[in-house]
Ligand binder design. Structure first.
Ligand code: 6PG
Length: 254
């Protein structure tokens, strides 16, 4: 199977430590944000969940970087969410609120949270999809164009809540789905591959030795997105960037 062009030419930036890659990513996000706000009056940013981005969000909300962007022009979205309330320790929203949103001046109407606390997780997916369709004014068959989608990657190659051998990987029509994740024995809410792949830029932010093997498989191995879902992320008309620390990149010989 041919490897999609974007996968052949992603930008890869490697830094010695998580701290340094967080600073570099913060500079990049601020630059992209300024350009988007200048060009279109707003910056449409999708936040990643998990733990790695904590360091990046803390940098962004810190005294050095926070003053460099008009946060009132930023709209925040999420790539995925756990099926928990927003105050739950596992909530991706909670992590972003603690490290970033509570420290900047942004209207609640600019925070497009995934309501994953819904008893029926598929209901949360429907609500979030409706919010995206409304925000972007999408007609049937149209996709959101986020300015920048931040993604993490799990040690086995999942991204957002797109897990190996999960039907969500095949989704071609819905913006948002609520897959049962057998590996975790729980439901999740996630943007689908096409909803991510129509973005202007996707940035993977990956750190740690435990990601090195999957990273090598994703970037250097055969194209098997069922096994390594991060491979399914290839912007149809956008940029793909990997921001890594040396530990995560330790198996990328070149
Ligand atoms: C989530 C994330 C998920 C995450 C990876 C990496 O909800 O957990 O969206 O895709 O980015 O699992 O997580 P860490 O940064 O904690 O390693």
């Amino acid at each position: 199977m041919d490897v999609p062009t974007a996968l052949q030419k992603p930008e890869i930036h490697i830094y010695p430590t998580l701290e340094e890659m967080s600073r570099a990513a913060a500079v990049m996000i601020l630059q992209e944000g300024k350009e988007a706000i200048t060009a279109r009056g707003q910056f449409l940013l999708v936040l990643a969940g998990g733990s790695t981005p904590r360091s990046l969000y803390t940098q962004l909300s810190g005294d050095e970087f926070r003053p460099q962007l008009d946060w009132s022009k930023v709209h925040f979205f999420w790539g995925d969410e756990r099926a928990v309330p927003p105050i739950h320790l596992d909530s991706n929203f909670r992590m972003a609120r603690e490290t970033l949103l509570s420290k900047i001046s942004v209207s609640p109407t600019h925070i497009h949270r995934i309501p994953a606390e819904k008893t029926v997780t598929s209901e949360a997916a429907k609500i979030y999809a409706a919010e995206l369709k409304d925000f972007f004014g999408l007609k049937e068959g149209e996709w959101p164009r986020f300015d920048l989608v931040l993604l993490g990657m799990g040690p086995e190659g999942h991204t957002a809540s797109l897990f190996p051998n999960n039907p969500a990987l095949q989704e071609e029509h819905q913006l948002v789905v609520a897959p049962w994740v057998e590996q975790l024995k729980c439901y999740r809410v996630t943007l689908t591959p096409p909803a991510i792949n129509h973005s202007a830029q996707v940035v993977f932010f990956v750190a740690g030795e435990d990601k090195a093997a999957a990273l090598h498989a994703v970037l250097k191995g055969e194209f098997h997105p069922e096994t390594y879902p991060a491979q399914i992320i290839r912007p149809v008309a956008g940029r793909l960037t990997w921001i890594l620390d040396r530990a995560a990149a330790s198996q990328l010989s070149d």
